[in-house]
Design a protein around this ligand. Structure first.
Ligand SMILES: [Zn+2]
Length: 167
């Protein structure tokens, strides 16, 4: 359960920072050290140039490190890749902290105006009582009269998110 959650977080982070195509690359390297770029290339079924591009993108954020070793028989260089687990963990922690702050701020704002939110039927705006009163309870975008909104469900969802992030 915990491992799966970590994997999910790692995947999300990699997708967000580097791109969806980098997720399987990190997965293939995994916990191993010095994984050949050719092995990665064959496992993600991409040619070596595409694979290298993804690896360099990961490297630009210091998520992976590599060694270049000359293949004595063939005379060319092959790079071998390792995921920097510590860096990945630090970035996830950092990301979690920021997300947590964001959700806590939103929760505070929602709780401050419990059952005192207003929303436009056309979904242009959603605002608290004070802001809605300033606009005379009319949507500043389309002029519709704003509907009162019970925000208990929103508060529940935010609390769930916070619980999840803290787990
Ligand atoms: Zn509107």
């Amino acid at each position: 359960m915990h491992m799966r959650a970590t994997k999910k977080r790692t995947d999300e982070l990699i997708a967000r920072l580097i791109g969806d195509d980098a997720v399987p690359v990190v997965g293939i390297i995994g916990d191993r050290k010095h994984v050949s770029e050719f092995e990665i290339s064959s496992k993600i079924k991409q040619d070596i140039q595409v694979t290298r591009n993804i690896l360099y993108r990961l490297h630009s954020k210091n998520l992976v490190s590599y060694k270049r070793v000359k293949d004595r028989k063939k005379g060319w260089y092959v790079s071998y890749w390792t995921v920097d687990k510590k860096r990945v963990k630090d970035l996830i922690d950092d990301f979690k902290t920021k997300e947590l702050e964001k959700y806590q701020e939103r929760l505070k704002a929602e709780e401050e105006y419990l059952n005192n939110y207003y929303i436009c039927k056309n979904i242009c705006v959603r605002m608290n009582f004070d802001d809605a009163a300033e606009f005379s309870f009319k949507c500043p975008e389309c002029g519709q009269v704003l509907d009162h909104q019970n925000n208990e469900r929103t508060i529940e969802v935010l609390k769930e998110k916070i619980k999840e992030l803290r787990a």
